[in-house]
Design a protein around this ligand. Structure first.
Ligand code: ADP
Ligand code: MG
Length: 290
């Protein structure tokens, strides 16, 4: 199984949301990492056929997915970023509805719903209307509908948004568990969501892929560029002339600053092991929050 994205462009009027994206996805989990506005949702909407591209193509095992049409879409599970839902449906009704849209047999739907609800700790609320549920529960129901038909390809747009840390870990573990023999693309701007589960990370910024590589390869590239420095507190603001501050902690004397710089700034300290958080800052440090 392979998805190839070739020269994918998307313009919204004058706005160039995707500027020629290329990537190849095979079985495994991919983290699509990038700040708000990078083009993650646009890419996923084109992949799932909800939006058409301006230029370029997406091939599934060599055939354009537009030619495959429903044959491609029925292999997809998609969790959209926006929570569009049916407020008066109960959890169970909603999932039966999704199952029927996907053409699943009633007996199969019943089994799969029980499975998904159990997996996502939603069994207790299955009779509740969606409107009565918390954001975190609705988020998990969206995930439940994406995995319901056991699709070969899972496209998850910020699946952990709005979840507390414990739910985040549960969802992350669950995705890792069901990902075997599937192509899974997860968009996020939370590095820890994909740090340990992703085979590769794809860094997207301003509609362009900056790189696609394993987490290990990405952190290796920053070897010798991440420093832990002892800095007097009143000199922290002057650090920006040497590079980027990753984190500040209080030390016994002054501050301990995790710092990103090509060369060691003139402070007491040493090079430390880079993490994916550092990689994120390195690539997106100046774009985040815009
Ligand atoms: P992300 O999911 O990474 O936050 P999006 O794909 O939602 O990014 O958006 C990429 C860019 O395209 C952003 O600058 C966004 O404002 C713009 N954009 C997204 N959807 C539309 C639309 N329907 N009309 C105009 N601009 C859009
Ligand atoms: Mg988005």
């Amino acid at each position: 199984m392979e998805i190839q994205i070739c020269g994918l462009k998307k313009n919204y009027g004058e706005k160039k949301a995707l500027k020629g994206v290329n990537m190849t996805l095979s079985e495994g989990i991919y983290g699509l990492l990038g700040p708000n506005g990078a083009g993650k949702s646009t890419l996923m909407n084109i992949l799932t056929g909800n939006l058409s591209q301006t230029e370029g193509e997406i091939l599934f095992d060599g055939t354009d997915v537009r030619a495959l049409g429903a044959d491609f879409r029925k292999q997809l599970g998609y969790m959209p970023q926006q929570q569009t839902y049916y407020p008066s449906f109960t959890v169970e009704q909603f999932l039966y509805y999704i199952g029927s849209l996907r053409g699943m047999k009633r007996k199969q739907v019943k089994e799969r719903i029980a499975w998904a609800l159990e997996l996502l700790s939603l069994s207790d609320v299955r009779k509740k209307p969606l409107r009565a549920l918390s954001g975190g529960m609705r988020q998990r129901i969206l995930l439940a509908q994406a995995i319901l038909a056991d699709p070969d390809i899972l496209i998850l747009d910020e699946p952990t948004a709005g979840l507390d840390p414990k739910q985040r870990i549960a969802v992350r573990n669950l995705i890792a568990e069901i990902a075997l023999h599937k192509i899974v693309l997860i968009s996020t701007h939370v590095v820890s969501d994909v740090e340990f589960v992703a085979k590769e990370l794809i860094l997207l910024s301003g509609g362009e892929v900056l790189c696609q590589a394993s987490p290990h390869t990405l952190t290796e590239k920053l070897n010798g560029k991440i420093w832990e420095l002892n800095v007097p507190e009143d000199e922290i603001s002057g650090l920006s002339q040497w590079g980027t501050v990753c984190a500040i902690a209080k030390g016994e004397t002054g501050a301990i600053v995790r710092f990103l710089a090509e060369r060691k700034p003139p402070y007491d300290g040493m090079a430390v092991r880079p993490t994916l958080e550092d990689v994120y800052l390195y690539h997106f440090g100046d774009t985040e929050g815009l």
